[in-house]
Design a protein around this ligand. Sequence first.
Ligand SMILES: O=C(O)CCC(=O)C(=O)O
Ligand SMILES: [Fe+2]
Length: 314
Amino acid sequence: MSALGLPARDRKLYRILYKRLYLPRGMVHGMMSGLRGRRLGGELKRRHDLAAQLGPSDLELDRDSAWRMVDSGESPDLSRLADLCRDHFDHFMSSGKGEAVRARNPQKQFLLGVLSGNEFLEHPELVRLMVARPIVDAAARYLGAIPRLEGAVLWWTPPNDSRTSSQQWHIDELAQRQVKILLNCSEVTAESGPLHFVGADRSDQLRARMGHRRGRVDEQRLMSQLDETEIMAATGPPGSAVMLDSSRCLHYGSRGNRRDRLVLAFHFFAPPSPVDSRYHIELGEFGSEFADLDPVQRLALGHEPQAGRFAELD
Ligand SMILES: O=C(O)CCC(=O)C(=O)O
Ligand SMILES: [Fe+2]
């Protein structure tokens, strides 16, 4: 197996450095990525070399603005993935689990987890679609190395009136850069609390101007510098998606829903990226359900194929 699995001591170290000692994100990530990169050794180089060989993906992201929309039907893999997630959700609701998940967390009636992290391993057909080549290739070309599918969560947001945590403007601080896909699995309109976001180059500029380092962004201050027309909303029919670097693009979502929203969120981190998300996926053994995946896809799932298998890509 690859050396990507994150030792528990790294998680602890990150908490101490970033949360307790309050060291700057760039410093903590730089230091810890260096350590992890060293552990990855030759694998890291192979991930870089392989990414350098890739041609443009159909789902290419612009490096500066770091986002793109995907129309419904544009990616057969995402369309199929949305259908399967929708079926899973229908089954989840009809078996009464919807009410149970709402009751479990009365304070937070948004982004309710229908499927999360390693639960996806019971649904390999979903995992396989998340590492479809156009998706991994787009993430690899943006991140400069074959990345890992770090985590995934199928989120249900019912109508709500709250405005807390990720319903407020923020960036995802767990990584320096990442590629996140938010796949609409239900029809997402302005009433369904779509993800709202600003391109990365503009977000960098705004954050620099506000001196923003971490935590929620003050909305009033932000809006005094930002024109409404610069804000994008990820609306669209099932199978449509937004791909973005949510660690650079300011964003919020699930706000003011009048209608339910079902989205699949999954993200790719650069290989040495030091922290795991709450939705982390960690493959144990590489089972037969993934046996036919190619070397790039295997690496995306944290599995390093035998050196000889790389020849297949040439
Ligand atoms: O669409 C949402 O509710 C916001 C989700 C979010 O902040 C994220 O996926 O990073
Ligand atoms: Fe976020």
